[in-house]
Structure formats: structure tokens, C-alpha cells
Design a protein around this ligand. Structure first.
Ligand code: ADP
Ligand code: MG
Length: 241
């Protein structure tokens, strides 16, 4: 589904991603872990062209999207949902309008269709009573579940998650991870940057360790956690487990 070929990203004199080569298959759940500043967010952002690669190529569903024009980039982003640490909901819009804005604006759905879809999604996450509320009236866990269903409203083919639970109070982490697990069970292709090692163990088909702009090791969760090879990974795991 996604091929990454010789991806490099440089900010000024900071070489952040170094010749990454990856292949992500449909239905895979790739979990990326690693220390802060290692390039995890930049990698995700390059996948959906929120960052332009300095060199190398991103191939999505067989098409090289690296040089896509802005109109194509919008179409690509529809197929790659992205969820951020800080929710990024529009504060001045109701929850329902947050969900329906993009599908209506991009003429993917009529207002009626988008409203119907939004209410179905809200029902799914048990938040249909919040349709007319504003983001500020929701808890962090509720906001993040709304951010996820807002992405789902576009019927994406891949979901990218960048530390979706890192800004949440501990008691709200579970409700967000549960929703992500449901998506995984339904077969969604997912790339997830997280510090939640339990989630990685349980859900990942593959776990990657990123450090200094390299993917230093990747494996099934069993091997990754049970039999790590790289010394930096061993050190990292000794601190987080
Ligand atoms: P991680 O998500 O693993 O914490 P990031 O991808 O956010 O790492 O950052 C990797 C490096 O790239 C850091 O040194 C960061 O300061 C730098 N960086 C990230 N985004 C930008 C940007 N837009 N402009 C300049 N430097 C950036
Ligand atoms: Mg990050």
C-alpha cells in the first residue's frame, strides 16, 4: 500500500530522516517507537506529504505521490487519515460540524449524507449526545475519539496516528486505545507512533524502533520485545518497560 524509497529529510543542517526504505502492506498495523527527536513525526508527515521529502519517493497504491500537485495532495490526504497528539479540532465548530466540514467542502458528500455519516460515527463511539457541543465542552479522551471519527468520515484507506494518547490524562488513554483496537480488528491499515508498549504488543503486526533518523530494528512484537538485538533498542526498552 505504501512504499518508501530512499527517503531523506533535512531541516537546515539537521539530517532528520536518513535513507529510509519501507514497505507497508494493506491491513498491516505498524507501530513506531523511539526516543524523542528521532524523526518519528517527520516520517509520518512525509507519508502523507505534510512534509515534503528532501529526496526519495513515497509510492502510495502504486503511484509515486512525491511530486503530487496540491489538488492531488488533497485527494491523497483523504485516503490517509491523520490523528495528532493535540486533537486539532476546530474550536469554533460543533462536534458534528467538525466531522462534516471536510466531506462537504471537498464535495465527497452532500450535507445530508455527511450529517448522517457523522451521527452514525458519533453513535459508534457513544458520543451522539455531543453532536451540538463544542470541543471545549469535551474531555481529552472524548476530543481524541472525535478526532479519530472525523478522519474516518472520509473513508480513509490508511490511518496515521502520531502519539494519539500522549496528551491525555491517564484515565482517558484506555478509551482511545480501545477505539484504535477496534479499527485494527476491522482490518484498517495503521501506522501508529506511540509510547504505549501494551498497545504495540497487542495490536502491532510489526514494531519499528527509530533513533537518529534510522529505523534501527523492526520485528514482530514477540521478537521485538522478547529478543531485541540492537543495543540502543535494548537500552530504550530497559527504560520504558
Ligand atoms: P519525534 O517525533 O521522533 O520526536 P520529530 O520528527 O518531531 O521527532 O523531529 C525530529 C527532528 O527534526 C528534531 O530535531 C526536530 O527538532 C526537527 N524538526 C521537526 N520538524 C521540524 C521543522 N518543521 N523544522 C525544523 N526542524 C524540525
Ligand atoms: Mg513526534
Amino acid at each position: 500500500m505504501i512504499d518508501v524509497k530512499h527517503l531523506d529529510k533535512v531541516f537546515g543542517d539537521n539530517h532528520v530522516l536518513k535513507d529510509l526504505n519501507e514497505h507497508i502492506e494493506q491491513g498491516e498495523k505498524v507501530v513506531i517507537v523511539g526516543p524523542s527527536g528521532s524523526g518519528k513525526s517527520t516520517f509520518l508527515r512525509c507519508l502523507n506529504l505534510m512534509e515534503k521529502p528532501t529526496s526519495g519517493h513515497i509510492v502510495f497504491e502504486g503511484k509515486d505521490i512525491t511530486e503530487a500537485k496540491s489538488k492531488e495532495v488533497n485527494q491523497i490526504r483523504q485516503k490517509m487519515g491523520m490523528v495528532f497528539q493535540h486533537f486539532n479540532l476546530f474550536p469554533h465548530l460543533t462536534i458534528k460540524d467538525n466531522i462534516t466540514l471536510a466531506p462537504i467542502k471537498l464535495k465527497i458528500m452532500t450535507k445530508e449524507e455527511a450529517d448522517k455519516k457523522a451521527m452514525e460515527l458519533l453513535k459508534r463511539v457513544g458520543l451522539e449526545d455531543k453532536a451540538d457541543a463544542y470541543p471545549a465542552q469535551l474531555s481529552g479522551g472524548q476530543k481524541q475519539r472525535i478526532a479519530i471519527v472525523r478522519s474516518l468520515a472520509m473513508n480513509p484507506e490508511v490511518m496515521l496516528f502520531d502519539e494519539p494518547t500522549s496528551a491525555l490524562d491517564p484515565e482517558m488513554v484506555g478509551e482511545v486505545l480501545d477505539l484504535m483496537k477496534q479499527l485494527a480488528d476491522e482490518g484498517m491499515t495503521m501506522v501508529v507512533v506511540t509510547h504505549e508498549m501494551g498497545f504495540a504488543r497487542e495490536v502491532a503486526s510489526r514494531v519499528m524502533f527509530m533513533a537518529d533518523g534510522y529505523i534501527l530494528e523492526q520485528n514482530t512484537p514477540e521478537e521485538f520485545f522478547g529478543n531485541p538485538q540492537n543495543d540502543r533498542l535494548k537500552d530504550f526498552l530497559s527504560k520504558v518497560l
